[in-house]
Design a protein. Sequence first.
Length: 219
Amino acid sequence: MTVAPFTIPLWADLAAVGIGALQGAMFASRIKEHRIDLLGVALIGIIVGLGGGLLRDLLLNQLPAAMRSNWYLVVATAAALVGMLLIRIFDRLNSLIIALDAITIGLFAAIGTTKALASGLPEVPAVFVGVVSAVGGSILRDVTLNLPIALMHVGSLYAVAAGAGTTLLVTLVLVGANILVAAIACVIVTTVIRLLSVRFGWSLPEQRAIGTWRVWRRA
């Protein structure tokens, strides 16, 4: 399936990059035990802001968008600096960081899936590209900071939230919905699921719990 000709507005792409970089810098600034300097915090912000888009464009065999315009690096750097400033002014911003994280996932999920469909990918690969785009920044962040990858641990629901949003987007496009409406729905659903999972502690079953249940059944 190929969607009707549609170009994602530059401002929407830059908004996703900026929010991601802002959240990434704020996240890195909270990790006191790593003793990250200001340059390191800025770099983490830039990695989070640009990471999902870079992985998306690599999967689509395209020149990364960040290399096609001056604005991506400028916006990512500026947003990372703002994130550092906010965390120094305010002590308790954990709720804001979580909210920005959820919005970032939703934006990159929608943009990644839409670009994949516009490139002519079938529905399932388009969902995969959208999910990778959504979680790519957080994976690169955790690897760079030498932290356990949040995506792989109980309670994150990063991929589940992105998968639900991107599946909804593809489904709406299949039934003839406007691509912009479908993308907005994707952002909303992904963001809400991620926030609710944090609020109510939703998670997939832990591997050890499944193993214990199977042993109990055999016994």
